[in-house]
Design a protein around this ligand. Structure first.
Ligand code: NA7
Length: 541
């Protein structure tokens, strides 16, 4: 790594996003440096080493598609890849593209400020050093290790056992054998880790705030013939993924759930349940917009929970009431079954909230003390805006992003890519992009390709600065809100709306128009000379 301190572009984060961004910009001849907090590539997959960690997109889709060579060379072992396998994949890509020489690891960014006099960004690292770059590109994603949610529970400092957050898991294996373990949280991380920890621990206590709908993953090893077929269909697969609504080609049933008889609906839901994965979300076209339609699938899953969990009191505690799919949908391997084990206790912290962490464990408001040796926070992230707000980002006139987004509710971005007052800054899958509601690597590719094409265009046309126009940004943000208001998503208490973080005002910062239509939209905007952006040449700035 050179001691260079001026670059064409600085990219924050070496996960799926930062790695591809580096590859594209470097190939186009732009000097680029990636800063990464971790000691290796992988982003969330570098940090989330908790037991049972897996991706919930099917592996033949959960990869880069920009390079047919990479797609042909790599073979996934199972339908839903484990964290370790995804990390191996990303390391394979980093080797293949020789990315590491331009990534500075173990380096955390503190903030960045736009210098108007020189038209560049000054990027400050936590170690006190600074570099400058013409373009600043954030690649931390919608959830990031810099924005883990660790609830402020009284007494945590006094806990004599060990505690961990699923999204910042130690690299050495945590041994649960013979231990009394507590898990707080039942989102994807909790639902994945609980069955695995239960098998190892002497006793597991699950502290549940919101009961969840979870559908069996139906994970299984891949048949080599299936992988071969995917490889042979690579071009079609890539096209279908990028044109689809969520980065995975799925057939949507174009009927309302209310148009079918109860028996027909049950048959369709049963088939989705059996296939595993997210198919049930697409069982009908109105599950995410019509409360009555949604209730049919929600009740189907509740019945499955009642049928699975033997103790009816425990089953009732596990009964979700929100609209299925409005929190990030979860898939599992033996989640509900785990509550039939003798060594597992479920504590409903809505009925008996956590009062404090004591030296020995967790005390709930009913006076009970749950003795623990290990406490696991599967409590998620300050998502969407959190990863950006953890940085001290300052645009034109030293305007601070934290001040701009101080109320944390609906924020303003243009296309989830750029912001007014922050010239020459791009966000890969920022707030108000569609990424989080789908198979994220596809959304990342769309953004990275758009951003690198944009930078090439600016270079070719002698453009010094690009900045989102305030009115275009306002229109985009209200468009995102209008789409959300037609759905049930914005009604849920979820990390999509910010309801998971104490004191964070409710917003909804995801574009719900789907990956394919979104990609078409941003492509058209570029073709129209970057409509909604102000481009200034050297003479004009
Ligand atoms: P999630 O999905 O945000 O889940 C976090 C869980 O932690 C969820 O059950 C929360 O309950 C619970 N939580 C959060 N704060 C508390 C407090 N203070 N007390 C008790 N329980 C709490 O995070 P994950 O890491 O599981 O998954 C994140 C994403 O990674 C996921 O969406 C996939 O995209 C992959 P709540 O539901 O807020 O009541």
């Amino acid at each position: 790594m050179s001691n260079q301190n001026t670059f064409d572009a600085v990219v924050i984060g070496a996960g799926f996003a930062g790695m591809y961004m580096l590859h594209r910009l470097r190939n186009a001849g732009f000097s680029t440096r990636v800063y990464e907090k971790g000691g290796g590539v992988g982003g969330a997959w570098y940090w989330s080493r908790y037991p049972g960690a897996r991706c919930d997109s099917e592996s033949i889709y959960y990869n880069y598609t920009f390079s047919e060579e990479i797609y042909q060379e790599w073979s996934w072992s199972s339908r839903y890849p484990e964290q370790a396998e995804i990390l191996r994949y990303l390391n394979f890509v980093a080797d293949k593209l020789d990315l590491r020489r331009d990534i500075q690891f173990d380096s955390e960014i503190a903030g960045a400020a736009y210098d108007e006099a020189n038209n560049h960004w000054r990027i400050d690292l936590k170690d006190g050093t600074s570099v400058t770059a013409k373009y600043l590109i954030t690649g931390m994603g919608c959830i990031s290790v810099n924005a883990t949610n660790i609830p402020q529970i009284k007494g945590l400092d006094s806990f004599e056992g060990a505690w961990y957050h699923t999204g910042a898991w130690p690299h050495d294996k945590v041994d649960f054998t013979g231990k009394r373990v507590g898990v707080i949280g039942t989102g994807s991380s909790g639902v994945q880790s609980i069955p695995v920890i239960a098998q190892e621990a002497e006793h597991l206590t699950v502290f549940q705030r919101t009961p969840q709908y979870s559908v069996p993953a139906g994970n299984h090893p891949y048949d080599p013939a299936f992988i071969q077929q995917a490889k042979e269909n690579f071009s079609d697969l890539r096209r279908q993924m990028h044109e689809s609504m969520g980065g995975i080609p799925v057939e949507t049933n174009n009927r309302s759930a209310l148009d079918d008889t109860t028996e027909e609906r049950e048959r369709i839901y049963e088939s989705g349940w059996g296939k595993g994965g997210f198919y049930m979300l697409n069982a009908y076209n109105d599950l995410m917009i019509n409360e009555e339609a949604n209730e049919t699938v929600s009740e189907f899953i509740r019945t499955k929970i009642r049928d699975t969990v033997q103790d009816s009191e425990v089953a009732e505690k596990l009964m979700p009431t929100y609209y299925f799919g409005t929190k990030r949908a979860i898939i599992d391997t033996h989640y509900y079954e785990t509550f039939n084990r003798d060594n597992v206790t479920l504590v409903d912290v809505r009925r008996t909230p956590i009062q404090e962490v004591t030296a020995k464990g967790i005390r709930t408001t009913d006076g009970g003390e749950h003795e623990l040796d290990i406490l696991v926070f599967a409590t998620g992230y300050d998502g969407m805006t959190g990863p950006l707000l953890k940085l001290d980002l300052r645009g034109k006139g030293n305007v601070s992003l934290r001040e701009k987004w101080a109320d944390g509710a609906d924020v303003k971005t243009y296309l989830g890519i750029a912001m007014a007052d922050f010239p020459n800054m791009f966000m890969i899958t920022g707030p108000q992009s569609p990424s989080v509601l789908g198979n994220v690597p596809v959304a990342i590719e769309q953004h990275v390709e758009w951003i690198s094409n944009c930078i090439q265009h600016l270079h070719d046309h002698g453009v010094e600065t690009i900045e989102a126009q305030a009115d275009a940004q306002a229109q985009w943000s209200s468009h995102c809100r209008e789409l959300a208001d037609h759905t049930l998503y914005s009604k849920a208490d979820s990390w999509y709306t910010g309801a998971n973080i104490e004191g964070k005002p409710r917003g909804f910062n995801i574009y719900l128009g789907g990956y394919g239509p979104y990609n078409q939209k941003i492509t058209d905007i570029a073709a129209k000379g970057y409509e909604g952006f102000s481009l200034k040449t050297s003479a004009a700035v």
